[in-house]
Ligand binder design. Structure first.
Ligand SMILES: C=CC1=C(C)c2cc3[nH]c(cc4nc(cc5[nH]c(cc1n2)c(C)c5CCC(=O)O)C(CCC(=O)O)=C4C)c(C)c3C=C
Ligand SMILES: [Fe+2]
Ligand SMILES: [Fe+2]
Length: 333
């Protein structure tokens, strides 16, 4: 982290969801207990949910999830964490170049490690008095963005001397983010040819949350439309879907897996799939899409399934994030 002292002492807390420390049932149990215990993630009567979580889910899911994580684990550890670290250091470098002063960037995960507490302590130690929180969720959802806000404000409750605070709510229609997404898809297709259909797959949430006012689905739809428009795609050349369903209740539709199966059965041969809502490749993109959903599409009669990686630490992504930060901290400079 950039710690050279400077008058303005602006800092950025870059956050993402988090990941288990190891791909083992024990580590998964710790991670899932924290994650699924968050009332923003599962809105259910607490006592009842505690029983279901501890009595059923945490007895079975950690083993299954650990197996899935093992399929994507790298020498550097969890992809989400390894890539996020690269992102944070690239962003810090870009900010220093752009604003000609050190702007420390600390990485904190909503669940697991490095924790938000560790990241806030790093920034405090660097003398940061003006803090920008940037959750890497392009589309706002109470389950993710608001949950990060809850956790940061809870931690700041312990401080006597608060920093001046800004919080990025979302950047679903940010021109540089949309352009970075379109550029990455265009580049992929220029190198490898164009498929019959582009699937833009977002993480789902329970449908009820949207019915109660979560703007997530509308923001995903807007992002998808903007990317498709930037690529000059016709209506029949792309589709927005929602993945990673959890539990028996209805989630946002159309579901990614069911859509892929239907497409394969009705004659779509070549599919490209991209995940604009994930700033970083992770279990949900690398295992669920690039492995499970690929198999599903091919088994149902599809010929070619190509997964287009997330923006990760691509230079256009880092530049888009740096310009987002720039807009937020303009009056602090
Ligand atoms: C139980 C409900 C869940 C909601 C609501 C939910 C929303 C949500 N999640 C992300 C991003 C990610 N989720 C990831 C993993 C993951 N998600 C859930 C459940 C819900 N997510 C679970 C149980 C898991 C863990 C894995 C598993 O056991 O299946 C990840 C990947 C983390 C990694 O380590 O790689 C991300 C990223 C968003 C954006 C979102 C709402 C918009
Ligand atoms: Fe999730
Ligand atoms: Fe999943």
């Amino acid at each position: 982290m950039d710690t050279e002292p400077h008058g303005s002492r602006i800092g950025v807390l870059l956050t993402n969801l988090g990941t288990p420390d190891e791909p083992t049932p024990a580590a998964l149990k710790r991670y899932l207990r924290e994650f699924l215990g968050d009332p923003r993630i599962v809105e259910a009567p607490r006592a009842l949910w505690w029983l279901v979580l501890n009595g059923i889910i945490l007895r079975t899911r950690p083993r299954r999830s650990a197996q899935a994580y093992r399929r994507v684990w790298t020498e550097e550890g969890s992809p989400l964490l390894a890539i996020s670290r690269r992102q944070a250091s690239a962003l810090q470098k870009a900010l220093r170049e752009r604003f000609e002063q050190p702007i420390p960037v600390a990485l904190g995960m909503r669940y697991g490690n490095p924790s938000l507490e560790q990241a806030l302590a790093e920034l405090e130690a660097a003398g940061v008095e003006r803090l920008l929180v940037l959750p890497l969720y392009p589309q706002y959802s109470a389950t993710t963005t608001a949950s990060t806000f809850d956790a940061v404000s809870k931690l700041l409750r312990k401080r006597r001397n608060l920093p001046e605070l800004r919080f990025v709510r979302d950047y679903h229609d940010d021109a540089r983010y949309i352009e970075a997404m379109a550029h990455s898809i265009r580049e992929f297709r220029e190198q490898r040819g164009t498929a019959d259909k582009l699937v833009l797959s977002f993480h789902g949430i329970p449908r009820k949350y949207v019915d109660l006012g979560d703007p997530y689905r509308d923001q995903c739809a807007r992002t998808a439309e903007l990317i498709a428009a930037k690529l000059g795609l016709h209506e029949q050349e792309w589709v927005m879907t929602f993945q990673s369903r959890f539990g028996p209740k209805e989630w946002l539709k159309p579901y990614t897996d069911k859509t892929l199966k239907k497409m394969a059965r009705s004659g779509t041969r070549k599919v490209d799939l991209v995940c604009p809502g994930f700033a970083v490749d992770c279990l949900e993109t690398l295992e669920e899409n690039a492995m499970e959903n690929r198999d599903l599409f091919l088994d149902a009669g599809g010929e070619n399934f190509r997964y287009i990686p997330c923006l990760n630490d691509r230079p256009e992504h880092i530049a888009a994030l740096a310009s987002l930060v720039g807009r937020q901290i303009q009056s602090w400079l």
